[in-house]
Design a protein around this ligand. Sequence first.
Ligand SMILES: Nc1nc2c(ncn2[C@@H]2O[C@H](COP(=O)(O)OP(=O)(O)OP(=O)(O)O)[C@@H](O)[C@H]2O)c(=O)[nH]1
Length: 776
Amino acid sequence: MAKVRVHELAKDLHISSKELVGVLQDLGLDVKNHMSTLEEEQAEWVKRRLEEKAAGVSKDKATPAGKGKGVGEAREVAKPQEQRSRDMMPARNLPAGNEVGRPVRSQLSDQSKGSRRPHAASVSAQPGPTKPIPAAPPESGKVTAHAKATPPVRKVSPFAGHSALADSKVRDIKKKPKAKGKKKERRRNELDVATPDIIVIPETITVRELAEKLNRNPAEIMKKLMGLGIMAAINQTIDFETAEILAAEFDVAVESEKTEEEELLQEIVDDEANLVPRPPVVTVMGHVDHGKTSLLDAIRKTNVVSSEAGGITQHIGAYQVEIEGEKITFIDTPGHEAFTAMRARGAQVTDIAVLVVAADDGVMPQTVEAINHAKAAGVPIIVAINKVDKPDANPDRVKQQLTEYNLVAEEWGGDTIMVPVSAKTGKGIQQLLEMILLVAEMRELAANPNRPAEGVVIESRLDKGRGPVATVLVQKGTLRVGDSILCGLTWGKVRAMVDDRGQRVETAEPSCPVEVVGLEEVPMAGDIFRVVDEKIAKQVSAMRLDEKKREEQAKTARVSLDDLFKQIKEGEVKELNLIVKGDVQGSIEALTQSLLRLSTDEVKVNVIHSGVGAITETDVMLASASKAIIIGFNVRPDSKARKYAENEHIDVRLYRVIYEAIDDVKKAMGGLLEPELREVFLGRAEVRAVFKIPKVGNVAGCYVQEGKINRNARVRLLRDGVVLFEGGLASLKRFTDDVREVVEGYECGIGIADFNDVKEGDIIEAYTIEQIPREL
Ligand SMILES: Nc1nc2c(ncn2[C@@H]2O[C@H](COP(=O)(O)OP(=O)(O)OP(=O)(O)O)[C@@H](O)[C@H]2O)c(=O)[nH]1
């Protein structure tokens, strides 16, 4: 079946690709960007739906004020029409229509999120060759006739035709006093005439300022706000989305004020005609020891681009291989941790994930983690069933196990490509590469090489001789020696570039990894770079550094149970993403099922990852990248994970009773969470020896690894990340002396009250309990 790219459809509809991507995602379609494709049938459905919306508004608008009946009629006929088209939707996810489900504000804010550029209304109001959005097929003679009789109506964004807004319009019309003073009437008409087509507003605006921009009386604005369920005084501020909805009431399009940075960095939109296919970028993931590194090495050895360098590759963080004249780029840091760390920084580098599963070992916890991380990022998975050379290899068992995670092999009727390989003997590697190219071809990856380059930092370090060195992956355009680049917080002039074979190169095209020398500071993996004028690069870098300082000072709050209710009400949270870690699979499943059942019309609860064992840094990264809350049942975060969570403000909730976890999430969703007692971590000590002291019991000879252990602290004993006991201390000694506290780096003897089963290697964690006031 023919496919249509998003940007082609956008062009057709006369809206920006970015905006259309947002709308399509909101409609439940699986699109990532302007290059995503839709089935022709889907595109047609989308077109119809947007046209119907546009037509719905035109009908409302086409009925002059005072002819309330007409408006009502238009609305009445519009509804079934929309309903019919919804029934005809070819895609699997039928979205909630505007008339039902979520509140007006959240729907419109969704649609506007992708872009703050003017909607179709504003575009059409500007001069230029804009094609009108065709009216809906005539379903009611009355409405069509009316529309025909009316002089050309200013086109309105297909998304502005919101029924609830139209409803409030009807209310206004009904309430309107029959007779008005002539003076007042004239004044109103003057104002009507002076209503702008488009206004530019900042992120927030006061009611008064908005009224001025709209050329309206502030009282009128307040009244409309009340109609939307928002009580705001004249000097109160409203956010961009609300202002946008309000402006739509007056058929005014809204554009957001550009930030200083946006003013300086002009966005380049690539014309489809300039796009050429680019190699896919692949990340290898999987459980520890399943052969990720061996596979990457085997691929590199057999297929390095060009043999002139003798196949010797230099480690620069990524490399390219060539197969039948086509290139594939492999990210050389295997594992989903690095992948998600980058994603947490906003960089989506990977086009395809190769999931390595050892045929003799089968699906293991990190295999599942990798699957969940790839799925959370929306990256297609190809499975490499490795170590098939081993006598106990059982590829079918792997395939069977993977079905539990919705990865069903093609030969079993599913759509996941699974290739048996051996990194040791090289078997299947060629086929794996061919499959990667096949998936890449289906994804139609393309970029414009003839524009200033943009891309992502994959690795970086400070080289003694060369200064800051960064391996970057070019994603768009061509990077050249001599280019000035803005890169995360830093900037620089590309002094030299080295490719994966250690050769100096002058240029790097899309999907090409190169090591770049010339940056002022070491950037971070995941930082985005782009080629800009040197002066702008310096200026924006300085601005970003300032901004970063400000952000550090007022660290932005992430999703947390504490203010979940507030965030739901403000429309900031529509899906509550959870990561569930527990001590045994049974309790994880029970907890997950109960949590999923908490979904409401307003908030959908998703468990994006669950697993047995301690909460790891990777879990926190995933939480950070996916705006998730972590629920730990009988498990704790390890030390790295805790620090990461603290830095990133990730809410990690720890429970020992399943019911309490469910109850907390439920209450948080309903705004009923009580002020809570929350633990504050003090320190942790490792048990290095156990001494049996007569009459006293077992005393743990410990080394304080972090923080401090306090005599009055509460403690918990962890074995392999699982909580075995919680209670108080019976004794805390340095040599033979009782002490009040022992700090990091010192040894001590710890006796735990009512617990004797302490073992070498256990961890004793000390904490206190504090009451956290809650803000709703
Ligand atoms: N027999 C056999 N052994 C393999 C194969 N692939 C890897 N191995 C062995 O499996 C072990 C682990 O391989 P690695 O490539 O280090 O695995 P990894 O997934 O990168 O491991 P981490 O980097 O620790 O996560 C090594 O001893 C490899 O030699 C294979 O196809 N067949």
